[in-house]
Ligand binder design. Sequence first.
Ligand code: MN
Length: 432
Amino acid sequence: MLFRNVKGHPGASVAIGVLASRARVADLFGCKKEELGWLVKSCAEHPVQPVVVDGPAPCQEVVHLAGDPDFDLNRLIPAPTNTPVDAGPYITLGMCYATHPDTGLSDVTIHRMCIQSKDELSIFLQPGSRHIGAMAERATELGQPLPISVSIGVDPAIEVLSCFEPPTTPLGFNELSIAGALRQRPVELVKCVSINEHAIANAEYVIEGEILPGSNHVVEDQNSHTGYAMPEFPGYNGPASHECWLLKVKAVTHRRNPIMQTCIGPSEEHVNMAGIPTEASILTMIDKALPGKVVNCYSHRAGGGKYMAVLQCRKTVHTDEGKQRQAALLAFSAFPELKHVILVDEDVDIFDTNDMLWAMNTRFQGDRDIITIPGVRCHPLDPSSSPDYSPSIPDVGVSCKTIFDCTVPFHLKDRFKRAPFLDVDPERWLHG
Ligand code: MN
């Protein structure tokens, strides 16, 4: 949806849901929707580094400096407040770009940011994260601010592929290089106007600023006092953090008649951004360890793209029995926030939930096909992942990872052939 008439923001538009369809993302990426995980896997294996172009870039057609007398983020950025209990207006699709103070290596990651005053944003960096959070912590140790650019409204390849996480993209792996691989053309960066950092040249908006050292005690709902941040991808309102970092804004640049792009947490859009890189990470790990044994992977929308993966497994010889469970263990290693893995055979359509649940109803017995791995660090936004939910959970964010093995035991394969239609060769069905 594109909103062209935004109160208080003449000349600007707001777009939401651009990536909220897997088929549309596949069109934008130039493949079929079933192929996205494999395509993106190959992009991560053949990175094309970004390049710096001369300014001023399209994102710098209009420049507002924080020293200007009327500078006010609320007036400059049409950031939506989506629910009555949100902490404030949120920037949810900002490509945060920063450089490690020691290594000089850059990273792009999406973080939630709330407008707190005319030149201040709160930015939530998961403690212990291996991306920009690690850079802010290191800059704090050195007593320095961390320059950061926030590019909004960019190529969808950048938006989806910036969501890769370790171990596929460890600290120092610039995810812009994966977007470059997809386009077979480097992402173009431009020097910022007010800080020593780069921004994405073709963005609609860029916010330039610094994360202040040791500032990670900003109360996210200091203006609203609701106790909540914003709706998060698991479908609940996320709690307001008391440990946000302070992003002091130095400038806002944008195109003429800019489009503010946004998304909300509980959405198919989040599923695609979080899920497609997750599929690629899982396929990368499994393809190395068990080549040919997993045909495809889907980060199911019911898990927001993070909590649930469906693996389509291939068993061709008797020693393949059990490898499907090994594949599930590899999936957990490939993506630490994964909670549930559902294993199905290759005759099941993993993108069709009815087909997947059919497998669970006819190829699964709860007492022998559920494997539980309790007490593993998972993801804090799952509200059941909490000590008061179960004594088996020692801390918020610890979960019981579970495998649901809905594959047919190899030695019983003959009994589980789908009923044929008349166009099937009976000899082949009976003896093939
Ligand atoms: Mn990153």
